[in-house]
Ligand binder design. Structure first.
Ligand SMILES: [Ca+2]
Ligand SMILES: [Ca+2]
Length: 289
């Protein structure tokens, strides 16, 4: 057994030593300074960026290609008269199911607190695909290697906690982790690999709860629960939450197309509201029964 582990270890060492430079760390790619086309080559993969003339309504065009794969083209809106933000394009390794790197595009849509729009160019079954990475609170998403396996993950505060029980800037929110697997961004938050991060975040949420910030109490109970410490966190929350705040005690079970609430919910207390909210979060969480 010891020999086998040694052999696997040597194989892994050989593998990491042979990784090309572009695969080892994410690399932000420069946009062409002038209108026109520029092709960047990374090993076998290439990305061609076409920047429009500023006064035109032509889009920004990105084309990813590699030998033996079907290329894909992503078009990004360009409005000559609007204040718009350039896309941030990075080369990185996110999806281990192929031998090509991924191109990660994050662009600020502008507006208060919103949003970074993410698209990822990824090879699935021999074809480059555009993975719709969704809209995220904040200006830019910068993936990081959260578990040390050499692939970048998206880490982001759980937007569902924002404004829920206290103001935007007050409480932090629990971290969610998403991993790109064969063209799908999978929610892997509950993997034991990310427990150390939760352990690190927990004292800050607990301190916020001590200060009677109900948003921090919610994050504290949520993170402690996934670390297997729900009961002690719940008791702590009961001892420290702000009883005077009615923030988050109203909810809506059903809305029409225009956002009008058809079924109001009024909770009697913050613990009642929090119980329902954490049940909703748990029910939506992959990896929960
Ligand atoms: Ca890859
Ligand atoms: Ca990783």
């Amino acid at each position: 057994m010891r020999v086998r582990i040694l052999v696997i270890g040597l194989l892994l060492l050989g593998l990491s030593a042979s990784l090309p430079a572009w695969a080892q760390v994410p690399q932000k790619l420069p946009l062409p300074h002038a209108p026109g086309q520029q092709t960047l080559q990374f090993g076998a993969a290439s990305l061609t960026i076409t920047m429009p003339v500023p006064e035109s309504t032509s889009p920004i065009v990105l084309t990813a290609a590699a030998p033996g794969t079907k290329p894909v083209t992503l078009t990004l809106d360009h409005q000559p008269d609007a204040r718009e933000f350039p896309p941030s394009i990075s080369l990185m390794e996110m999806d281990a199911s192929n031998t090509t790197p991924e191109f990660f595009v994050s662009r600020f849509t502008s507006g208060a607190h919103c949003c970074a729009e993410v698209k990822i160019l990824d090879v699935v079954a021999g074809q480059w695909r555009i993975v719709e990475g969704g809209l995220w609170d904040g200006e830019e998403i910068i993936p990081e290697d959260a578990d040390g396996d050499g692939e970048q993950e998206i880490l982001h505060g759980d937007d569902r906690f924002l404004y829920r029980y206290s103001c935007y800037a007050c409480a932090g929110s629990p971290t969610r982790v998403f991993k790109l697997v064969q063209g799908t961004l999978a929610d892997v938050t509950l993997s034991p690999l990310y427990r150390p991060r939760d352990e690190k975040d927990l004292p800050g949420f607990q301190q916020g709860c001590v200060n009677h910030d109900n948003g921090a109490c919610a994050a504290y109970v949520a993170v402690a629960s996934r670390l297997g410490r729900h009961d002690e966190a719940w008791k702590f929350m009961l001892d420290h939450y702000d009883r005077k705040s009615d923030w988050g005690l109203k909810d809506c079970a059903l809305s029409d197309d225009k956002g009008n609430c058809l079924a109001d919910i009024q909770y009697k207390s913050y613990p009642d509201a929090l119980t329902a909210f954490l049940q909703q979060i748990a029910a939506a969480q992959p990896g929960n029964p």
